[in-house]
Design a binder for this molecule. Sequence first.
Ligand code: TYM
Length: 327
Amino acid sequence: MRIFSGIQPTGAKHFGNYSGAFRQFVPIQEEGEAFFCIVDLHSITTAFEPEELRESSLDLAAMLFAVGLDPDRSTIFVQSHVTAHPEAAWLLSSIASYGQLGRMTQFKDKGERQEFISAGLFTYPVLMASDILLYQTDVVPIGDDQKQHLELARDLAERFNSRYGETFKVPEGRFPPTGGRIMDLQEPERKMSTTDGQPQGTVLITDPPETIRKKVKSAVTDSGSDVRYEPEQKPGISNLLEIMSVATGEPIPQLEARYDSGGYGQFKSDVAEALVTLLDPIRMRYEELRADESELRAVLARGAAKARETAAPTLEQMYERMGFVRP
Ligand code: TYM
């Protein structure tokens, strides 16, 4: 089984990334041949600083190892090191429809908040499709916000296969049963995000314990005092229940039973402690791994070599089937 997922390097990684993505990556790497891609080419589609981009790709590599990815088992690499990705994206853009790209909710949301909307932000999902399809991927572990992009990748695979002959596997998404969409602590109707959310509402994986406690303590809660999972009526408390369930592995009904009518105070402080217990060791491992930059670069170089070799035959087939004269 082939597994592929991508993460943008810019912006500090937060608990939403952990819950929707990293947490799934660790067990899934045992199920097959996994590729995890630091998608730096995606990160230039909204405003960015070149110096930050350079640093953050190495930051993310250290983070992926800190959460438990094993470089001997999985391939971890930087997208721009494998030129097949933008090449395949160009070829796929010829079968992607302008209308479908315009309906992508992430494009509409992000577009609304940008002063300058780049063409890259619009074609972004085509590059994501090429990431996935080049590896003949079976399963894509992602958070709920990437579902629509995965659907587009599936549509492009099917369209290419029917127009030019069977070339791509049609991938399936894998979403976590709980915590597939973690919300901002300050604005629980919006997803947690370093680019669109509020700093106070976003728990960073590298936040020290005191910062985590402060953020959880000031989380917006709902009227009433019952700790119950009702995302429509109680978005704040329901989000905290999901966070605690992800952090401790306890099912939500069990947590509801324990905290029911005990008030929000104790519950919030326990959520904060659960987060500290989960994230503190990750932060410490991260700091250790991040300090050895030459080792990180060496692992990424090995990853890129493996990724290039794996992606090359599919790209070659695409050119062949589309009728290009090959050199
Ligand atoms: P990105 O970098 O925004 O997010 C990385 C992963 O974290 C998940 N995630 C969340 N999960 C739960 N709650 C949240 N609040 C939350 N925020 C983020 C995302 O669903 C994702 O799994 N387009 C992708 C990157 C990408 C990709 C790919 C993914 C590029 N190519 C190929 C899979 C396969 C993105 O911007 O993710």
